[in-house]
Ligand binder design. Structure first.
Ligand SMILES: [Zn+2]
Length: 367
């Protein structure tokens, strides 16, 4: 269920009944003068009267509502220190570091801390891990290398089939010590069902492609300008209670800045370069489920659960201005831009998770 913006009710253009108090006067004047001009006035009034009293609405009586054209002023962004420097406002490769399981952790919270997709998270634990099992406090979880996938074996599935599914050879999968695959077993004999297999990825695409494209764009006209239009704007159809924890599913830009990194397989997020101290706002209404320091490279970060299968994450913050458990409104300030954690310059690293998987925020923001 999505909250719609108000103001969509068609407005009537015709006047209400009996709204012509001067009609009698007009008729008298017309009779007295009897000139062509008065006749014209008369016919005009007569038409107005017929329209005013018409019991049936015709299409032309109903004004088409004009969509509210938000005037978006796009100030020319100042590239921080010359355009090539934009490249520095990102995280070095291999951002994620290992994580030690804390009391109260679940696979989901560990996946959030480590910045991995929920479906890949079992491969951080053990091949025979069952997602309903609790994690062991103090266990060390090591992230998958970039581009690797986590496969859950279906009943009757063979190693050869798994390899084919990911377009890789059997040998590199066998070579992964974590997989603990018996060397003697044939490639076409079934694997134990419901166990997990780490599948090495093919080499990640060159990360320079997107940047090269970005740096070619004229600054003022790039479609990749990231902007926030003063929060959600408009008037909600109904007042939302202060404690309403559900998002609308329509995301607003969390910061005004310059997109320095787009979404790729090895960077499933957006990096928006912005000056240190710039306000970071909640992309949608929701509940803060994490606010504070992250050891794995995010630095100061905030995670908001929108309770509609979406979760957003804001990292490298200088200041965190919300607390865990707090309900935040769309557009509410939650922190400031910084360069904490694994970061080489002031920018916001922004993720949107859809059912635990990191989705492309650009697609959701531009909807
Ligand atoms: Zn990033």
């Amino acid at each position: 269920m999505r909250l719609e913006q108000g103001g969509a009710v068609p407005r009537l253009r015709h006047r209400p009944l009996g709204a012509e108090p001067s009609r009698a006067k007009g008729q008298l004047l017309a009779a007295l003068l009897g000139c062509a001009l008065a006749a014209a006035v008369w016919s005009g009034i007569g038409w107005g009267r017929a329209r005013a009293q018409a019991p049936i609405l015709r299409p032309e009586d109903v004004a088409t509502p004009t969509p509210t054209q938000a005037v978006i002023l796009l100030p020319t962004p100042t590239p921080m220190a010359g355009t090539p420097a934009v490249q520095q406002f990102m995280e070095p490769q291999g951002r994620t570091q290992g994580y030690t399981v804390q009391p109260g952790d679940t696979l989901w919270t560990a996946a959030l801390e480590m910045g991995v997709d929920l479906e890949d998270a079992p491969c951080l634990v053990a091949p025979d891990f069952r997602p309903q099992e609790p994690l062991v406090i103090g266990d060390r979880l090591e992230p998958l290398p970039v581009g690797w996938r986590c496969h859950r074996v279906a009943a009757g599935e063979t190693l050869a089939q798994v390899a084919a599914q990911y377009g890789v050879d059997v040998r590199p999968i066998r070579g992964v010590a974590w997989n603990r695959l018996p060397g003697a077993a044939a490639d076409d004999s079934p694997l134990p069902p419901d166990r997990y297999v780490r599948v090495p990825g093919r080499p990640a695409p060159a990360s320079s492609g997107f940047m090269a494209f970005m740096l070619d764009q004229p600054l003022a006209v790039s479609p990749y300008m990231a902007y926030a239009v003063g929060g959600p704007g408009g008037t909600a159809a109904a007042a939302v209670p202060e404690t309403w924890p559900y998002g609308s599913g329509r995301f607003t830009w969390p910061v005004f800045g310059w997109l320095s990194q787009g979404y790729r397989e090895d960077h499933p997020a957006l990096d928006i370069a912005a000056p240190t101290g710039a306000f970071v706002t909640a992309a949608d209404r929701g509940v803060v489920i994490r606010a504070g320091w992250n050891e794995q490279g995010y630095g100061n970060f905030v995670v908001i659960d929108h309770h509609i299968d979406y979760v957003t994450l804001y990292s490298h913050l200088a200041d965190v201005l919300v607390e865990e458990g707090e309900v935040v409104a769309q557009g509410q300030i939650i922190g400031t831009v910084g360069s904490t954690g694994n970061s080489t310059g002031a920018h916001l690293h922004f993720e949107i998770r859809d059912f635990g998987r990191r989705a492309n925020p650009l697609e959701l923001l531009m909807r």
